[in-house]
Design a protein around this ligand. Structure first.
Ligand SMILES: [Fe+2]
Ligand SMILES: [Fe+2]
Length: 168
């Protein structure tokens, strides 16, 4: 049966909430490990995994997963919205309020979303080409995302290239 307008909004809210809970619980698990509470860490990771199941079920019920071509176009649109419309006023307001940590966090994200939009566009352009196969690496400090090889230093935050995470 199709979703009514209330269910559509409810699914979107529930998808957002479950997605947030997943990331929050993973952060809480890391903190529990740091504090020497491995059992609490395990439970946070288990619940995080379950929230992902819920989030994906909600997204599926929303009809939010389409073909890869369509998904890449949606991703380009989302990233572009973030760096063109969403982050610039947030950066300005963090500056006005002297919120330095938020300012850094917004600036990292804003810079990297531009790169994401470009990488998605490139991937869209060569989708399915057998010779366009290579790895991506992510900076664990700022999220900077690069293809093929790591730089000596992250161009966005200055972290050493050796800390970049290889994405399989
Ligand atoms: Fe992004
Ligand atoms: Fe970085």
């Amino acid at each position: 049966m199709a979703n009514g307008p209330k269910t559509e909004v409810n699914l979107q809210d529930a998808f957002a909430g479950e997605s947030q809970a997943n990331r929050k619980y993973l952060a809480f698990a890391k903190q529990a490990d740091k504090e020497g509470f491995p059992q609490a860490a395990r439970l946070f990771r288990a619940a995080a995994e379950a929230e992902t199941v819920h989030a994906l079920n909600h997204l599926k019920a929303l009809g939010g997963i389409k073909s890869t071509r369509e998904n890449l176009l949606e991703a380009i649109g989302g990233e572009t919205h973030e760096f063109k419309e969403m982050y610039p006023p947030m950066i300005a307001e963090a500056q006005q309020e002297g919120a330095t940590e938020a300012l850094r966090s917004f600036t990292y994200a804003n810079t990297v979303e531009k790169t994401h939009a470009e990488l998605y566009q490139k991937a869209f352009d060569v989708l399915g080409q057998a010779d366009a196969q290579f790895d991506y690496y992510v900076c664990p400090v700022c999220g900077h995302t690069v293809e093929k090889s790591v730089p000596d230093r992250c161009e966005v935050c200055g972290a050493a290239g050796s800390v970049f995470i290889l994405i399989k």
